[in-house]
Design a protein around this ligand. Structure first.
Ligand code: ZN
Length: 343
């Protein structure tokens, strides 16, 4: 299995996020991708290659042009407004009910319009890293499209919370959706099975009205877990997409027996869709003790996960999503991918 990785993610480095009423140390730290890279290398999973460059076109198949332009320009515009001492750009007001949601020129207004949380600061290297992550997913998709059984896009920042014109949850461009769209554009029927601890709200939103891309997600019940306003079981798709979105919310503290049952149901849904290709937004923040998580998977559970995914017997692209417990992150990702390869 080839892994696609770019060291340019290191430039997306911020000290803080805002949670629980205070600035806290950032959880999406650059060390995350380095730990996963070391695990991939340590296990001899396969070659590690840098992303090819695909330009803006495949990104604009999924994201709105104004949104992408905003991301590209956000940091210099923030610095122009707030001065050269600033280190992180956060929104501070959002267009809530009764207000007028519109794209206006002020950068702070734009962050509130396009962003949906206070966990996702933009810094000097954010746009470069986000572009590289999207290119990593597209490169990995190209390997799969050319006949390889699997590929791993080691994306950082992650992507599954980003929608067509929405960023948040540490995500800016939806790497998995961009890759899935590139497969769909070549005539393939694509299923996305998101196993991150949090609902892949961005991916769901992007494909919600479509029947050609199935979206399935297993995650913490949004009644208790981020992103709170997306991921309920009654969100099943709209219009032509009705019946092509499937959410499996699970309670906090979920252990493997319950998770494994949900995964079996999700896999059955994917199988019934009869896709040509599978995209797996891979988050391991399901690990017990993850600082952003709430499930209690551990150790060999991730081997079971990888082996079950392999039984679908589909060309499969993995994109790196969450996983914030640094002492177990590399091993958990390595376990999933190695089990998939070995099965
Ligand atoms: Zn997550």
């Amino acid at each position: 299995m080839k892994t696609v990785y770019s060291p340019l993610h290191l430039a997306h480095a911020h000290a803080h996020e805002f949670e629980g009423g205070q600035l806290i140390p950032a959880k999406d730290v650059p060390a995350r991708a380095e730990l996963v890279l070391n695990a991939v290398r340590g296990r001899g999973l396969g070659p590690v290659v840098e992303p090819l460059h695909f330009g803006m076109e495949p990104i604009l198949r999924v994201h709105a042009a104004e949104f992408v332009h905003m991301l590209e320009q956000a940091w210099p515009r923030w610095v122009a407004k707030y001065g050269y001492g600033v280190r992180e750009a956060f929104p501070s007001a959002w267009p809530a009910r009764g207000m007028t949601p519109k794209h206006i020129e002020d950068i702070e207004a734009q962050l509130g319009y396009y962003g949906f949380d206070t966990a996702t600061p933009i810094v000097a290297g954010t746009w470069t890293a986000a572009r590289q992550a999207a290119d990593a997913a597209l490169t990995a998709a190209q390997f799969v499209l050319r006949g390889e059984r699997s590929a791993f896009a080691l994306c950082r920042p992650p992507g599954h919370h980003a929608a067509a014109e929405l960023y948040g949850g540490y995500c800016f461009l939806n790497n998995a959706a961009i890759a899935a769209q590139s497969m769909a554009d070549r005539g393939h029927r694509v299923a996305i099975l998101d196993v991150d601890m949090h609902h892949g709200n961005g991916t769901q939103a992007i494909f919600y009205g479509r029947a050609d891309v199935l979206t399935v997600s297993i995650h913490g019940d949004p009644a208790a877990f981020y992103p709170h306003f997306s991921g309920f079981a009654d969100e099943t798709g709209a219009g032509a997409g009705e019946g092509f979105n499937f959410n499996l919310p699970l309670p906090g503290g979920t252990l493997w027996p319950v998770y494994g049952e949900a995964l079996a149901v999700a896999i059955e849904r994917v199988r019934a869709f009869a896709p040509d290709m599978l995209v797996v937004p891979l988050g391991v923040d399901t690990y017990a003790g993850d600082p952003a998580g709430g499930f209690r998977l551990e150790g060999s559970d991730f081997t079971r996960l990888g082996a079950m995914l392999a039984r679908l017997d589909l060309p499969t692209l993995f994109t790196m999503e969450g996983g914030y417990r640094l002492d177990t992150l590399g091993a958990a990702v390595g376990d999933v991918l190695a089990a998939f390869e070995g099965a």
